[in-house]
Ligand binder design. Structure first.
Ligand code: AMP
Ligand code: FE
Ligand code: FE
Ligand code: ZN
Length: 290
């Protein structure tokens, strides 16, 4: 069975619980409309979208409950930020709950400091307006990008992420989770950790293969290979590395609504990899199904 003729599985999508533009309910409806059979909700550092997504599941659609954890590898100077997808973990695991709350609070502090830097340079945007627009979801630079667009300073999210703005000049680090700690914590919570877009050089620095070898030994389950931020060569490299290390491979859209141009289902995951994730998980019982 190939992923073209079999079920269509997209294991990475964001809602308004973080920096996507569709609510969790709208996200699952859009996933069904896009012809998906399985979709994962993976908001940054939160499980807040799970319940409304489950409640709105259209008939026939299966939902993988997940999150995308903001992590950092401290083996380089300066440390390298990276994203860890975590599937089907126990959302009540006390240490994980505390870490996610800490990271979300640190994101707010950092967002406010970025806005302070912009305001010191005469950019008239307000932190309280940005917080209101985020609507209680995990705050990220895309929310600041929207404020820059509303103020008429940039024309698009991608321009806001350019070097003159949030990509470099007004970029501040977040207080992320040590990636080894995150992998162990996700496993301790019964979840399945997958390294998101591990070779996305167009996003900035990436980690060496040697780190991925160490993460695999620490409990990493898989690598996201098919992603719009990977070139064909990068996808191939990730696949080969996964094969060497016995890791599963995923493909996903990383859908963010209108904050990005990619569509749901633009990249998909082979059913065998999906089934392996479900089989390895013990954090939440069963896959929610509409
Ligand atoms: P943050 O988590 O606050 O550091 O912001 C990172 C988020 O910004 C990512 O999860 C993406 O959703 C978004 N992002 C990063 N780079 C770009 C880009 N070049 N264009 C649009 N969105 C981006
Ligand atoms: Fe995002
Ligand atoms: Fe990511
Ligand atoms: Zn993402």
């Amino acid at each position: 069975m190939t992923s073209r003729t079999g079920p269509r599985i997209d294991l990475h999508a964001h809602s308004t619980a973080s920096d996507g533009t569709l609510s969790p309910a709208e996200l699952v409806r859009a996933a069904a409309d896009a012809g998906l059979d399985v979709v994962a909700i993976t908001d940054h550092d939160t499980a807040a979208g799970w319940a409304p997504a489950v409640a709105a599941l259209p008939p026939g659609l299966r939902l993988v409950r997940g999150a995308e954890l903001s992590c950092r590898w401290f083996g380089a100077d300066p440390p390298v930020p990276l994203h860890l997808l975590a599937y089907l973990f126990d959302p009540a695991h006390p240490e994980l709950v505390a870490e996610l709350a800490r990271v979300r609070a640190a994101r707010e502090a950092r967002g406010e400091r970025i806005v302070d830097l912009l305001r010191a340079d005469g950019v008239d945007i307000s932190w309280s307006e940005i917080l209101t627009a985020a609507g209680g979801g995990t705050v990220g630079r895309p929310h600041i990008a929207q404020a820059l667009i509303r103020a008429g300073l940039v024309a698009s999210t991608s321009e806001a992420f350019g070097p003159d703005w949030l990509g470099e000049r007004y970029r501040l680090p977040k207080e992320d989770i040590d990636v080894f700690h995150a992998v162990r914590l996700v496993r301790a919570a019964g979840g399945v950790p997958v390294f998101a877009h591990p070779r996305a050089t167009r996003r900035g620095r990436v980690v060496p293969d040697e780190l991925i070898v160490e993460l695999a030994a620490a409990g990493l389950a898989g690598l996201e290979a098919d992603h719009e931020d990977h070139s064909p060569e990068e996808r191939q490299h990730v696949r080969a590395l996964a094969a060497d290390l016995g890791l599963l491979v995923t493909g996903s859209s990383d859908f963010h609504g209108t904050h990005k141009t990619v569509r749901l289902g633009a990249f998909t995951t082979h059913p065998e990899a999906y089934e392996r994730i479900v089989a390895e998980a013990s954090g939440v019982t069963g896959i929610a199904s509409g």
